[in-house]
Design a protein around this ligand. Structure first.
Ligand SMILES: Nc1ncnc2c1ncn2[C@@H]1O[C@H](COP(=O)(O)OP(=O)(O)OP(=O)(O)O)[C@@H](O)[C@H]1O
Ligand SMILES: [Mg+2]
Length: 242
């Protein structure tokens, strides 16, 4: 029997919850409110992929500038520049955030418009250059806001996830979800992705906010449905308990 190939996040407890990691070439949505750890989890996936598994990654950043991301990553000891400058490169960051903010970008990979066909072309070209095995789109919500109808949003998400799957990369897409409401901003992203991981903050019995993680969906595989606590330590995301 053929076993399904897995792509490890490199957070042992989380890989265990997923019975070995993400399914190769699948797309998973990471959903959560502001500051719940979506970007950090995505960076950890790319960092571990490069350092531990020698898999090049593509990071499409729509909200935060590459400079901010490099700074944030450095706090956990993840030197993104080192990956970008490796030969062959282990990371390429496509900067859509800086031009979107109306600022000039001196990044190597940059895109001036938040436009799906242009994004797809840029990912295609960059993928050819670095042979990426992993990709992150942070965040998909920003892309969705450009389009006014749900049908259109559904269509762009479908195109992007199908395209990434076709390129044979395993991808994560972050989606901002308003607190205490449906899983995602538009309520549809999760149905198009193969998997959904939800991050959220909730008060414990003593009234302290705790970080929670739940795997809501993972097509074609078993996974835990339990609620897990995690923390963001100086080494990134660490799962505490179920
Ligand atoms: N070096 C650090 N050590 C510990 N915790 C940190 C560190 N840096 C950030 N954090 C925590 O992580 C949170 C931000 O995480 P992250 O940027 O991944 O959130 P996010 O879900 O992507 O948020 P947004 O929706 O704003 O993009 C901060 O609010 C803070 O609580
Ligand atoms: Mg973020």
């Amino acid at each position: 029997m053929n076993s399904i190939e897995r792509v490890k996040i490199g957070i042992p407890e989380l890989d265990d919850l997923l019975h070995g990691g993400f399914i190769k070439n699948s797309s998973t949505v990471i959903t959560g409110g502001v500051g719940t750890g979506k970007t950090i989890l995505s960076l950890q996936f790319l960092w571990n992929g490069a350092k531990t598994y020698n898999e090049p990654g593509l990071l499409i950043t729509i909200d935060e500038s590459p400079a901010e991301l490099r700074r944030e990553a450095a706090m956990f000891g993840w030197d993104l520049k080192e990956l970008e400058e490796a030969n062959p490169p282990l990371l390429a960051i496509i900067d859509i955030a800086t031009p979107r903010a109306g600022l000039p970008s001196d990044e190597r990979y940059t895109l001036r418009e938040l436009d799906l066909p242009l994004i797809i072309k840029k990912i295609y070209d960059t993928h050819k250059e670095i042979n990426a095995k992993r990709a992150v789109v942070d965040s998909l919500s920003a892309l969705g806001f450009r389009y006014d109808s749900l049908g259109k949003i559904r269509s762009i998400i479908f195109q992007l996830t199908s395209f990434l799957n076709e390129l044979e990369v395993t991808s994560l897409m972050t989606v901002e979800s308003p607190e205490n409401s449906s899983i995602s901003r538009f309520g549809i992203e999760e149905f198009l992705a193969q998997g959904v991981i939800q991050l959220f903050l909730r008060n414990d019995d003593a009234g302290n906010l705790k970080r929670n993680l739940q795997i809501r969906k993972m097509r074609s595989t078993q996974h835990s449905l339990k609620n897990f606590f995690f923390e963001i330590s100086d080494k990134g995301i660490v799962i505490l308990s179920g």
